[in-house]
Design a protein around this ligand. Structure first.
Ligand code: SAM
Length: 241
């Protein structure tokens, strides 16, 4: 697909969801898409390679977070992979700081290349496991919000992400249609970690005549995370909250 065609289709798909995209955003996302396709040939970044699908299932899907992000300035994407949703949001919000964290360094090398090419000064890349980085003073309770997509089941994810959030901050969790079942399994995790469900924002996108039902769950943190959490990976897996 030519750049102009890609940009036109991206703008059209954003309009369908009432997402305001500037020409500059669209041009930057086009560069990101080119790098994603190029690097995906030498490393496993995404199973989605069709350009229309990249637009809808990656870019528009991640941009749906703009419906729930308000005045949070300092946001961390935990388990960002190839930058979803954190890199897309960093391109959208030049005035907010984004830390992109992942356990897999090769994906972070790709993200550094994207940040360099697009001259994104608001992107900070961190290599590490969430449950280890969350114990470090420099990251613990330092972020206004976390974002995450497709990282772990909700009870496990809550233990990974909540220690990063400042008291008064929130976690923005992108989930598929299993969200209500996952919420049911998370009663204990929510209690132990002192978290509250604020709301669940539902949306649908359609591609190739198929509807995808998606959810953005907002979790509010009003109290400090007990110092015991997060536990190490072995304990989290063995005895999930
Ligand atoms: N968020 C991206 C997306 O939606 O395309 C990537 C999803 S991918 C299925 C899950 C990512 O989470 C992987 O890149 C993996 O390395 C990372 N991950 C899983 N557990 C993690 C942990 N405990 N700490 C940091 N990264 C983790």
């Amino acid at each position: 697909m030519k750049s102009e065609e890609f940009i036109e289709l991206l703008c059209k798909e954003c309009e369908k969801q009432d997402i305001q995209l500037t020409e500059k955003h669209a041009e930057k996302l086009n560069v990101y898409k080119d790098l994603l396709i190029e690097w995906n040939e030498k490393m496993n970044l995404t199973a989605i390679v069709d350009e229309h699908e990249i637009i809808v299932k990656h870019f528009v899907d991640c941009l749906m977070c703009t419906k729930v992000i308000k005045d949070e300035k300092n946001i961390i994407d935990i388990g960002t992979g190839a930058g979803f949703p954190g890199m897309v949001l960093a391109i959208y919000y030049e005035d907010k700081e984004f830390t992109l964290l992942d356990a897999l360094n090769k994906r972070l090398i790709f993200l550094q290349e994207v940040a360099n090419k697009l001259d994104l000064k608001n992107v900070h890349i961190v290599h590490g496991r969430a449950e280890e980085e969350a114990r470090k003073e420099e990251f613990r309770e330092k972020f206004d919000a976390t974002v995450s997509r497709a990282v772990a089941q909700l009870p496990i994810l809550l233990e990974y992400i909540s220690p990063f959030v400042k008291v008064g901050g929130k976690s923005i969790i992108m989930k598929g249609d299993s969200v209500q079942e996952e919420i049911k399994l998370s009663t204990n995790a929510l209690n132990v970690l002192k978290l509250k469900i604020n709301r669940c924002f539902e949306y649908v996108y359609t591609i190739n005549n198929e509807d995808y039902h998606r959810n953005i769950l907002i979790i509010q943190k009003n109290m400090c995370t007990p110092p015991k959490y997060p536990r190490n990976y072995g304990q989290i897996k063995k005895k999930t909250l």
